[in-house]
Design a protein around this ligand. Sequence first.
Ligand code: BGC
Length: 440
Amino acid sequence: MKDLRNADRFLSHLESLFSVTFEDARAIIGHFHQEMRYGLAGEESSLKMLPSFVGRPQGTEKGQFLALDLGGTNFRVLAVALDGKGHAAIVAVCKVAIPQELMQGACDGLFDFIADSIQAFFREHRLSQQQAYALAFTFSFPVEQSSIASGKLIEWTKGFTASGVEGRDVVALLSEALKRRELGFIRVAALANDTVGTLVAGSYAEPSCDMGVILGTGTNACYPEKAARIRKRPELEACGEMIVNTEWGNFDKLKTNVYDRLLDGASRNAGRQRLEKMVSGMYLGEIARRVIVEMTGQGLLFEGKGQAAFAGEYALTAEHLSMLSGGSDIFAGLGLADVSAADGQAIREIGRIVSTRSARIAGAAIAAVVTWMDAHLEAGHTVAIDGSLFEKYPGYQDAMRLLLQDLFGNRAARIKLELVRDGSGIGSAIIGAVAASSRC
Ligand code: BGC
């Protein structure tokens, strides 16, 4: 018989281990500002602060563009039409799951697969192969760009490890693969991070939009920075304003607990992406799974009997937690029969604790970037956000807003958190258009 009182005690201890208090949030903001300053100056920092070579769009960009979106388990080819009045629509799309062996295989295999998918897209949509096309490439990993259409992958994140890509120009790798597949008539005209796509898509429609955030498999944010403040790249000053990709997933001035440390130690990129490992969808289920295993070991769940369903790393996903929190029964799908109501409730509670911390850290990080731009919140700010955590996880948005209210009181209303679906596809097409008229 399970000791309910002890399970409750465990969970309330867990809640304190995962808490993000008002003071913690203030500390996150302070450290963020410091790391942003160092990152922009080219000094050592957990925030890479990468120039994107793109500014915000005018909303008047027009035409049809090809876009490629690589960043998670799926990869997409899209044709996007811009009407020049702030409206963008996807005209055609093809979505392909990237096989695990390609994510973790050799460079050419991955890029040839991408080129093959573009070829299939051309065939399926009967696009002429007799004309030139400009393609915008959303590549959602940290990239040191040297122009709008070139940049080297700094390091893989989110479980990708394909060899021979780190340190190399991903536009060159893509262009070579396109040539190998006789698609040389496609020119890669722009390279962009998904956060940049999201900000650009948000501000194409809404000029007050000045931040792009992804809260999905991975997490990250970007914002428009005065080029003169990008001190590590003085040559960019003439650009006036440029969107900077913070790569906040790597921020590491956070209070961690034993579960975070174990997860990090067992990951493919130990010591890196520490914020991402506490916030993003790729990791929330794994944190919760580790807690479940611990509780089971202490005899506080499943009458102390280890469950095969929770034995494997990453067996529990953020989607499971999200469904559980929305009232669905996930246990049958995990192969677990007869989970008691109390155990089900305890696991739901673990999910709530883990996801609330994620939302509060994300809220504090947004507060940090917004106050970096506008210290006293004198203006309104629209934050364009994409990703399944923000879009679908029950209670997630409320927890973020609550944190902002804690921090700013009534002025929190000046920060609008807005879902911008598919920014990484639509946005990169807009970037393709912006690139055509860019000063940088
Ligand atoms: C990558 C970022 C990306 C984010 C969201 C992170 O793992 O480092 O470049 O924007 O995921 O996709």
